[in-house]
Design a protein around this ligand. Structure first.
Ligand SMILES: Nc1ncnc2c1ncn2[C@@H]1O[C@H](COP(=O)(O)OP(=O)(O)OP(=O)(O)O)[C@@H](O)[C@H]1O
Ligand SMILES: [Mg+2]
Length: 259
């Protein structure tokens, strides 16, 4: 049973002399699906980069259960049960689904990376049991031996989520899992998230599709210009006037900029 909460308090981030996050405070409850929404450039991905130790804040605290994440190196995050899906699997098109998921169990070290060639050769003849189980969990068993490049965008995203959860992850960070996924296939991603939530995984989910986040999250945090605008139930957040205005501003900018 996962009883760890993620608690982010007063986090500031500066990059290249610019303040990217300002006093960001939120908490994610154990087993919750927590969505982060906001216009392009709001700072959503930066929050995932802070959680995974890639970006270090200039102020604030961040804890996952008893662990101080700001004192934890990125390659140690998996050991704390934190996993993140990739924004794109484009560099892994030649791997089969099973091989990509098996990568999630390799040691986070240079030796681990170097042993990948041998690992890959071994995998050609048989399946790793945990990787096969992770694929099964997400309803992907039929795709195990197919190269990623032959799979639809939705299935590729799901295979990568399987890679992120295969090593016993209980906090799963997903950055736009439906980007590039057709409207018809978004249901597949929702079903997979349901299964993971049913198993008690905690999910932090960034997505631009209001229907998807509203349907798949217990609570949402809306952001703009690196600041938290509002945290609450999905409908309440999406109907909040400040949040609606932040999206409206983005649409007007896009319209003006791209007309
Ligand atoms: N390494 C960096 N150096 C300088 N500025 C950065 C860096 N990374 C991100 N930024 C800036 O920080 C801001 C927030 O970026 P971030 O990627 O977190 O936004 P986002 O909400 O994920 O946007 P999107 O919806 O487009 O993915 C943007 O203005 C971005 O240009
Ligand atoms: Mg982003």
């Amino acid at each position: 049973m996962n009883d760890r909460a993620l608690v982010c308090d007063g986090v500031d981030v500066h990059l290249g002399g610019v303040q990217i996050l300002r006093d960001v405070t939120f908490d994610v409850r154990p087993g919750e699906s927590f969505g982060i929404v906001g216009p392009n450039g709001a700072g959503k991905t930066t929050i995932l980069n802070v959680i995974t130790g890639i970006v270090r804040p200039t102020a604030g605290t961040l804890r996952y259960g008893d662990t101080d994440l700001l004192g934890t190196a990125p390659h140690r995050m998996r050991g704390h049960g934190i996993g993140r899906s990739l924004q794109s699997t484009q560099y892994f098109k030649d791997l089969t689904a099973l091989q990509l998921v098996a990568l999630g169990r390799l040691p986070n070290s240079v030796a681990g990376a170097l042993s990948f060639g041998a690992h890959r050769r071994r995998r050609r003849t048989g399946g790793s049991q945990p990787a096969a189980e992770a694929l099964e969990l997400l309803g992907l068993a039929d795709h195990a031996e197919r190269p990623l490049g032959e799979l639809s965008s939705a299935v590729q995203k799901l295979v990568d989520i399987a890679r992120a959860v295969v090593a016993g992850t209980h906090l799963l960070l997903l950055d736009e899992p439906t980007s590039g996924v057709s409207a018809q296939e978004r249901g597949m991603v929702s079903d997979a998230l349901d299964r993971l939530r049913g198993l008690g995984r905690t999910i932090v989910l960034i997505d631009h599709d209001p229907g998807f986040v509203t349907g798949n999250c217990d609570r949402l945090m809306a952001m703009n210009f690196g600041q938290v605008l509002h945290v609450g139930e999905p409908d309440e957040v999406m109907n909040n006037e400040t949040v609606k205005r932040s999206y409206l501003g983005e649409k007007e900018e896009r319209h003006d900029g791209n007309a």
